[in-house]
Write a protein that binds this ligand. Sequence first.
Ligand SMILES: NC(=O)c1ccc[n+]([C@@H]2O[C@H](COP(=O)([O-])OP(=O)(O)OC[C@H]3O[C@@H](n4cnc5c(N)ncnc54)[C@H](O)[C@@H]3O)[C@@H](O)[C@H]2O)c1
Length: 310
Amino acid sequence: MDHPIQTLAVIGAGAMGSGIAALYAAKGIDVVLIDPVPGALSRAAEVIDRQLGVYAPDGVAEARRRIRMDEGLEAACAGDLVIEAIPEKLELKRNVFARLDTLCPAESIFATNTSGLSINAIADSVTRRDRFVGTHFFTPADVIPLVEVVRNDDTSTDTVERVMASLRYVGKRPVLVNRDIPGFIANRIQHALAREAISLLEQSVASAEDIDEVVKWSLGIRLAITGPLEQRDMNGIDVHHAIATYLYPDLENRTTPSPLLAQKVADGHLGAKTGQGFYSWPAETREQTLRDKSATLTELVALLQKRRAD
Ligand SMILES: NC(=O)c1ccc[n+]([C@@H]2O[C@H](COP(=O)([O-])OP(=O)(O)OC[C@H]3O[C@@H](n4cnc5c(N)ncnc54)[C@H](O)[C@@H]3O)[C@@H](O)[C@H]2O)c1
């Protein structure tokens, strides 16, 4: 299937919405980017220029011309695919989709970029459940290749195929998640890893820097080449079984967020966006760090894609 989408509408011009808009515009698709919150669209314009400058330096002006910005939800009716990227609140998402359902042509496909809320619960707010799907991008949305496509119980095969074709056209590697399970695949694995890392920090087993150093330069670097199941085959499943037998009883298995996490939220130490999290993020270095991260990820993705193609 060629590219089945002529115009993309993106609802929410924050970190994810801006990245998705930049990605599609850089690939020649017209985009309407919608956000009613004062100041959001001008902030998005800065983010989009920064991102396009990293991976499409010769096409910034052309790509920017393809992105129309609007404060009103009515503008979404131009999109044959409408991707929602507003805050992770179920009722907010349901309200926005209920309105979109009355505004947009019946044939438009709706997608939510929720990180892990139930796709069925969000899809209940529209009459077009067969044309409703989850598209879970990863940050930076325009750089990380994978997108989890999650169907609700009524999503049609045609909808899945059109959304997957559209994602492939803009260079993504979509994977279909067969069941609407909380956190889908990636966030379940990511949170299992983060729960253990935070627990190790709480127990003073090592500093935050050293815990990150261990993951970045061992598991992290290897995971880009061999996934966790493939790696078990390399290590030997008998070896994994033996380690799992003595290790699992000792692993963190709490079912609520750790007190350390709760304290950081209460103190307003929310990470890079507030200047303090597990690390300090001075405003003067934060932008540069984000830019460097995007540039390095772009190089790494290009290298890995070349390796797969060879
Ligand atoms: N940040 C991530 O790493 C990440 C990764 C994957 C998925 N997600 C998911 O993507 C979604 C967006 O996350 P984000 O990080 O971009 O959030 P964000 O806070 O950066 O952006 C949200 C945007 O939505 C806008 N908004 C608020 N109410 C709105 C409304 N009624 N209509 C239109 N726009 C509205 C806000 O002005 C803001 O610009 C969430 O569901 C989140 O869970 C985030």
